[in-house]
Design a protein around this ligand. Structure first.
Ligand code: SAH
Ligand code: SF4
Length: 352
């Protein structure tokens, strides 16, 4: 199979001598105008278009299925070149007061096919890990969603399927093209990477000059409980993980975010809230509480509304910024942690 153009260093594009400016033209077509074919790149010569097309594929992902939720969230199932599938979710939110209303689009993207980390509450890990997404496949989800939506998303969150920090070699070049004004141009404040807690990679990112937002999927405030629901905690226990976060916050001088799913009877006790508040204060982190989204076949339940409110209240009383995230897309299994290759098996074929 031919490689994808955006996965190949520009030196290997072998642009005609003296035509280095073609790189910008081509990148603009792909990253700013979201074209699907070389034919649409009308300022390139026909022989150059033919040459590129004979050597490199352009489209990394094609829509296999688009589902719309009643709340206008849209879930995309993408087919990749090797027949694998991944999903992204586009979530519109209305901002501002009457007269000045605008809709912001947040796109939730995947970083891997499947996930190796097996968090007990998450649908994405159920079928295991298949492979990393390439740089072009990560970008392809944004390009294709922008094409369908008619514009570039305003925010991007790496909260789809997979563990982004386990795929840093492909993620970092994608981030660069997402953020840079000469790429898609999203801006660092509008791109959030979520991790289950890979301490060495958090430290590596602390040393890396790229800017973006970091969200840590904490989900428990003590090792005893985190061990039970997130196997990754055995490898990087809280002490090690929070030290890596210290390094990140210090190096970047940026706020980080804790994601905390509320699971009834597991991690929603007031003592966990107080411990969580300690960790959050230490790192000046903001806490996003996520009432658990039901996953078929998993035994967890979301706590009562009263318990959710009380947990949030305890954090606020302990001096921590905290909000409860009300999610969208439940009716189409598009909410956090519900992304799973349900309708397909891991050979990438549609199963009935
Ligand atoms: N692997 C990364 C990013 C993808 S998961 C990570 O774990 O951070 C995106 C977010 O969805 C994480 O915070 C994850 O813990 C959360 N999540 C997983 N399953 C969920 C569920 N059933 N309900 C609510 N959130 C869930
Ligand atoms: Fe993987 Fe994140 Fe799901 Fe854990 S929560 S299984 S790391 S996708």
């Amino acid at each position: 199979m031919k490689p994808l153009l955006l996965d190949v260093p520009v030196t290997d594009w072998k642009l005609p001598a003296g035509q280095a400016y073609r790189e910008k033209q081509i990148r603009d077509w792909v990253l700013k105008r979201f074209v699907s074919s070389y034919e649409e790149m009308t300022d390139l010569s026909a022989p150059l278009r033919a040459d590129l097309s004979s050597r490199f594929r352009l489209r990394a992902a094609e829509p296999a299925k688009i589902q719309g939720s009643e709340d206008t969230t849209r879930k995309f199932l993408w087919k990749l070149g090797d027949g694998s599938f991944v999903e992204s979710v586009l979530i519109p939110a209305t901002m501002g007061s009457s007269g000045r209303r605008s809709t912001r689009l947040t796109l939730c993207v995947s970083s891997q096919v499947g996930c190796a980390y097996g968090c007990r509450f998450c649908a994405s890990g159920i079928d295991g890990w298949r492979r990393h997404l390439t740089t072009a496949e990560i970008l392809g989800q944004v390009i294709e969603a922008a094409k369908i939506a008619g514009r570039r998303p305003d925010n991007l969150v790496f909260m789809g399927m997979g563990e982004p920090l386990a795929n840093l070699p492909n993620l970092l070049p994608a981030l660069e093209l997402l953020i840079s004004p000469s790429g898609i141009g999203m801006g660092a404040r509008h791109v959030t990477i979520s991790t289950s807690g890979l301490a060495p990679q958090i430290e590596e990112l602390a040393r890396h000059p790229l800017q973006f937002r970091l969200a840590l999927s904490l989900h428990a405030a003590s090792d005893e409980i985190r061990d039970k629901i997130m196997p990754v905690n055995k490898r990087y226990p809280l002490d090690r993980l929070l030290k890596a976060c210290d390094a990140f916050v210090q190096a970047k001088n940026k706020q980080i975010y804790f994601e905390y799913i509320l699971l009834a009877g597991i991690n929603d006790d007031p003592s966990q809230a107080r411990l969580l508040a300690q960790h959050a204060r230490r790192l000046h982190a903001k806490v996003n509480l996520i009432p658990y989204n039901k996953v078929e076949g998993l035994p967890y339940e979301r706590p009562s509304e009263t318990a959710i409110r009380q947990f949030c209240q305890t954090l606020l009383q302990n001096g921590v910024r905290a909000t409860v995230r009300r999610e969208k897309g439940h009716d189409i299994d598009a909410a956090c942690g519900q992304l799973r290759l349900k309708e397909i098996n891991f050979k990438g074929e549609a199963s009935s």
